[in-house]
Write a protein that binds this ligand. Sequence first.
Ligand code: NAP
Ligand code: BGC
Ligand code: ZN
Length: 374
Amino acid sequence: MKAIAVTPGAGVPEVVERPVPEPESGEALVRICRVGVDGTDYEVIRGTHGGVPDGDDRLVLGHEAVGVVEEANGTALEEGQYVVPTVRRPPADVETNEYFERGEPDMAPDGEYVERGIVGAHGFMAEYITSPADDLVPIPAELAQWGFLVEPISITEKAIEHARATRSAFDWRPESALVLGTGSLGLLTTAMFTQTLDYDRVYCLGRSDRPDPTIDIVERLGATYIDSRETPVPEIPDVHEPMDIVYEATGHAKHAFESIEALAPNGVAALLGVPDDWSFEVEGGRLHRELVLHNKSLVGSVNSNYGHFEAAIDTLSGLPNWVLEETVSGVYGLESVDRAFPEATAPVAAAGHGSAASSDDDTTIKTAVEFEDI
Ligand code: NAP
Ligand code: BGC
Ligand code: ZN
């Protein structure tokens, strides 16, 4: 079968031949239809995040997938049913551990999990995958074409659940939300805040010049676009308003600290970005005081579990079709895989996000690879 693999840090994704996997007891064989590409895939390709399975020098990419059950193999799944796989699995040398037993693999620390397509386990960019049936979340056929968006939406389901949990000891009534980042995670989250979470006032911060399709999406959603070059995060409360919730999806490490300044009293900031190492100065005393005297909260959030995937499917069904169509700028077959990874094929000197595909007629927001038509 065909799969898309990369040598992290040393190459671009390539189509490779691999044997069709055989399901073990409790596992199903799934024919993959579509797999999304996000910022994490580029971090894996660059070799700054994740890593290959032990004994391998290449990693099959892909952690945002939707497929169809080919062989249920005696599990409760039905052949022909569309499913979305979760990402984390126990490390190769153990069958399970306490986090997986509790159904909370997303809370496992380093070393207690692998992530398919990211760290220590091959991913879903292949014609066939096997997976424990318990890690395959059924999705209705009418949503299946967008099923690769369930995983990123589930990331926000978890982050918002944890952010809310930090505010659960009092009568918190959030009205304003600020999303940092106009990548796919930022845009999907802006869509959620405006469409399914019903925040009164939603803002989204980017750094693009108009005309730009991401700004168009933000504004069509009824959110306010903020250009970080004109209004840096700490100035947002003065120019706009202090925010009840901030959702950081830039991976720009200074935003973690600047979020504290953008929050209203009693607000919470959820941090999602995975920055590289970067040392810089912060006004620690002032920010510490600000957190304490205004009951502010900062919460980091990574990955998501089965329940978040189920919530994400529900959310997906509530998002208007146009947001999905505008956010997914291209779905490409194996013959044009390079178009699904425009940043990976850019010259090294211009390999930063957005640089490869920033011409007006070919702006990439989110892409997916298609193995089988839905
Ligand atoms: P992405 O496509 O790379 O999007 C990041 C966006 O942030 C880009 O649009 C980028 O703008 C923008 N940005 C970066 N620095 C900025 C600044 N100073 N001001 C304004 N905008 C800025 O990545 P993604 O897939 O949306 O994911 C976002 C982040 O979340 C990444 O760090 C990713 O690793 C992380 N992530 C974490 C989880 C988790 O479980 N915690 C899950 C998924 C993703 P340009 O286009 O101009 O560069
Ligand atoms: C994935 C998560 C994963 C995280 C850290 C994200 O892009 O969506 O499932 O836990 O990266 O590797
Ligand atoms: Zn991801």
